[in-house]
Design a protein around this ligand. Structure first.
Ligand code: HEM
Length: 192
């Protein structure tokens, strides 16, 4: 079954303004290397059977914070269940893509698409949602911590050694940091 709005493999996706050479430097900046790629592959196996539980934790966190659920709500503050559900389905793909996809030009292109879906350029369009126009950059950056910290118990649930769990956790942390950095592009274009 296809997931509405999940356009990773869409050949008409615009190329990212971020080049593969920029990405290599970004990887070096967050100390992301081949060991991290390998650890993420293992993480993908471990997390694939736990996607719903992970999303329950993340959505629970968003739902418990009125200033965050506001971005899945109408401008007057009524949460939009269909919007929440459609984005949740794409979020599940994102977990697996973070672990399994090669970080190549297609990855960069879809990351630019995810970036603009958080900004006034494209938020709400994919799901025809009657919601507020953009996610502030401060919450994008701030989200790195909960999206990272909450993944640890799920990584540990696969029965791997402590040092393997630590490697998966660090690889995940680096990848999320790198992705949010890519997503900062439309917010910070002129100085990115
Ligand atoms: C969309 C991840 C920060 C609200 C998405 C999607 C992913 C994602 C994977 C779906 C992309 C797709 O369409 O395929 C993340 C991650 C974040 C982050 C990893 C930070 C580490 C935030 C924050 C909010 C937020 C802080 C505000 C509460 C949304 C909304 C959408 C969305 C409303 C739907 C956008 C649209 O209309 O297309 N996010 N997000 N996100 N996210 Fe985030």
């Amino acid at each position: 079954m296809t997931t509405p709005g999940y356009d990773y493999d869409d050949p008409s996706l615009k190329p990212s303004p971020v080049t593969p050479a920029d990405l290599e430097k970004l990887k070096a900046t967050v100390l992301f290397g081949p060991d991290d790629e390998a650890a993420l592959k293992t993480a993908g196996d471990v997390l694939s059977g736990q996607l719903d539980q992970i999303l329950d934790v993340w959505y629970g966190f968003v739902g418990a914070n009125p200033h965050l659920i506001a971005y899945f709500s109408t401008p007057s503050g009524t949460p939009l269940p269909d919007y929440l559900a459609r984005v949740r389905a794409r979020f599940a793909h994102w977990i697996l893509d973070t672990c399994n996809r090669p970080y190549d030009e297609q990855w960069l292109a879809y990351h630019q698409e995810i970036a603009i879906r958080h900004t006034a350029e494209k938020k709400n369009e994919t799901d025809h949602a009657d919601s507020v126009p953009y996610i502030p950059l401060r919450y994008m950056i701030g989200f790195i911590y909960p999206i990272t910290a909450t993944i640890r118990p799920f990584l540990a649930a696969g029965g791997h050694r402590e040092d393997e769990v630590e490697a998966m956790f660090n690889a995940w942390f680096k990848s999320v940091t790198m992705q949010v950095t890519l997503w900062s592009y439309p917010y910070a274009k002129s100085v990115w």
